[in-house]
Design a protein around this ligand. Sequence first.
Ligand SMILES: Cc1cc2nc3c(=O)[nH]c(=O)nc-3n(C[C@H](O)[C@H](O)[C@H](O)COP(=O)(O)O)c2cc1C
Length: 201
Amino acid sequence: MKILGIWGSPRKGGNSELLLDAFLQGAAQGGAQVEKVALRELKISPCLEIYHCFKDGTCPIKDDMRGLYDKLLSAQVVALASPVFFYGLSAQAKAMIDRTQALWSRRYVLKQDFPGGNRQGVLLCTGATKGRLVFVGCRLTAKYFFDAINVSYAAEILVRGVDAKGAILTKPETLTAATDLGRRLAQGEVLTPIKMDPLAV
Ligand SMILES: Cc1cc2nc3c(=O)[nH]c(=O)nc-3n(C[C@H](O)[C@H](O)[C@H](O)COP(=O)(O)O)c2cc1C
């Protein structure tokens, strides 16, 4: 069981990293082979709309995204952690997601065989404010990201009201929930996919 954690914040030791680490700690305890990818350390160009991927499902841009495609395809669980930036995911996370257009193309344009089955996706998101709509943009983007890589939208942990670095440590119950979730998924639990009404958060 491979569990991939993609961490999309530019702030080291920040809230989404602590949340992802709690999740991955549980996943490791549950016996998974865990890998954490820090997008802040990678060079990932935005999608340049070359549309080469519509021909053969690959992206011609030579950067660190090259190493990520296989990881996204071989993981049983893909967890995406990001802060809310202007009501969306971080630019680092969004650039990576846009580049999965190559995988979307394999599925929907070229109709190639694609890893699927019980693969699951998890969204871990942190935001400073407490409004009802804080996570709407992130959830919608995550929904279509998970669809592009063919994982179900299995779970989400959305944490409002955390702004300062490490503020999430004042919510130990949330970190425990993340650890429990990681452990359960590592142990093979298949969750009922979230039927997403992004406005109902
Ligand atoms: C550029 C920028 C934009 C932000 N936009 C929002 C926002 O739209 N809504 C919100 O609730 N918090 C917003 N925040 C606050 C972060 O989401 C919050 O501090 C989060 O916990 C940071 O997570 P991190 O420590 O993992 O980076 C923003 C922060 C930055 C730096």
